[in-house]
Design a protein around this ligand. Structure first.
Ligand SMILES: C[S@@+](CC[C@H](N)C(=O)[O-])C[C@H]1O[C@@H](n2cnc3c(N)ncnc32)[C@H](O)[C@@H]1O
Length: 280
C-alpha cells in the first residue's frame, strides 16, 4: 500500500483481516485474562500506587490491538483506584465497534501500531496484549517510541496455549510453520526479541521479563477446538487447512484422552510478560 507521496505504508496482515472478521466469535472463544498476572504486569509498568507522569495531566495508557477489550476490562478493574486514562485502539472497524458496545466509557481509536494518530510524547505507557506479533516491526517500534514520553514504558503481554503440554506440543508442530511462513513471531523462542535490533537507533532499554505465571481454565473438547480454530492463521486459511486442524485435533484427543478414558476438562495457558523503557 502506498500513500499520495508514494511512500510505503504498512498494512495489516491478511490473516488478521480475514481471521478476525467476526469480533463476536473472538469475544466468545478467547479466554478471559487472569487478574493476578495482569496486576503483576501493570506493577512492572509502574501503574499501581501513586502513579506519576512527567506531563501536566493524568497518566495516559495507550493499548494497541485492543480487539474486543478482553485485556482492557481486566486492566480497568485493576487500575480502578488509580488516576489513569486508558486509550484503546485497534485497526479493525468491527473490533472497535464491538469494543464500544462492551466498554462505552472507554475511548478507542482506530489505528495500526505503525501509524498512531496521537502527538509526540503524549502517552506514559504503551501496552500490547496478545497483539505484538502482528506489528513486531521497526516502523511500529519507532511509532511507539515517538508517542511515549521520555522514560515511558512499553509492555508486551502474551497468554498462549502451553505448548509444552504433550498433547499441545503435537498441535504446535502444525501451527509453527503457519506462523513462520507469514513471519509472525511468537514468544516461544528467545529470538523474538531480535525485533528490537531492527531499528537504526536503540529505541528501548533491554527487555525485562516475568515468565512465572500460568493459567488453567475449565474447558471442554469443543471449547479447546474452537480456541485453536479461532487462531488467525486458521480462521483465515483454506478449507483444507481447517479440515487438517480438525483431523489432527481429533487424532490428538483420541491418543491422549479418549483411548485412555480421560475427559478433557481444562485448557492450560502460559503467560509471557515483557517490558522495556524508552531509551531516547
Ligand atoms: C489476538 S487479538 C488480541 C485482542 C485483545 N488485545 C485481546 O487480548 O483479546 C490481536 C489484535 O491485534 C490487532 N492488530 C493486528 N494488526 C495490528 C497492527 N498492525 N496494529 C495494531 N493492532 C493490530 C487485531 O486487529 C486484533 O484485534
Amino acid at each position: 500500500m502506498s500513500d499520495e507521496g508514494g511512500q510505503e505504508r504498512p498494512s495489516i496482515f491478511e490473516c488478521v483481516r480475514k481471521g478476525f472478521a467476526s469480533a463476536s466469535n473472538y469475544e466468545k472463544v478467547r479466554p478471559d485474562y487472569p487478574i493476578n498476572a495482569v496486576k503483576a504486569f501493570l506493577q512492572s509498568l509502574r501503574l499501581l500506587g501513586s502513579v506519576k507522569t512527567v506531563r501536566a495531566d493524568r497518566v495516559k495508557i495507550l493499548e494497541l490491538g485492543s480487539g474486543t477489550g478482553k485485556f482492557t476490562r481486566v486492566m480497568l478493574e485493576v487500575l480502578k483506584d488509580e488516576d489513569v486514562q486508558v486509550i484503546a485502539s485497534d485497526p479493525l472497524g468491527n473490533m472497535c465497534e464491538h469494543f464500544k458496545r462492551l466498554l462505552p466509557d472507554t475511548e478507542i481509536i482506530q489505528c495500526v501500531a505503525e501509524n498512531i494518530g496521537l502527538p509526540d510524547a503524549s502517552v506514559d505507557v504503551v501496552i500490547a496484549s496478545q497483539s505484538f506479533h502482528y506489528f513486531a516491526n521497526a516502523t511500529a517500534l519507532e511509532e511507539i517510541n515517538r508517542v511515549l514520553v521520555p522514560g515511558g514504558l512499553f509492555g508486551i503481554f502474551w497468554v498462549m496455549p502451553d505448548f509444552s503440554t504433550p498433547w499441545m506440543a503435537e498441535l504446535w508442530k502444525f501451527f509453527a510453520p503457519l506462523y513462520k511462513e507469514k513471519s509472525i513471531i511468537l514468544p516461544f523462542e528467545e529470538e523474538w526479541k531480535n525485533v528490537f535490533s531492527l531499528t537504526p537507533r536503540k529505541l528501548f532499554s533491554d527487555v525485562e521479563e516475568d515468565l512465572s505465571f500460568s493459567h488453567t481454565l475449565p474447558s471442554s473438547f469443543d471449547e479447546d477446538y474452537n480456541y485453536f480454530a479461532s487462531a488467525s492463521v486458521i480462521a483465515s486459511g483454506s478449507e483444507s487447512t481447517k479440515e487438517s486442524l480438525r483431523e489432527l485435533f481429533n487424532e490428538v484427543m483420541k491418543k491422549h484422552f479418549k483411548e485412555k478414558g480421560i475427559e478433557l476438562d481444562h485448557f492450560p495457558f502460559k503467560i509471557f510478560l515483557y517490558w522495556c523503557t524508552k531509551a531516547i
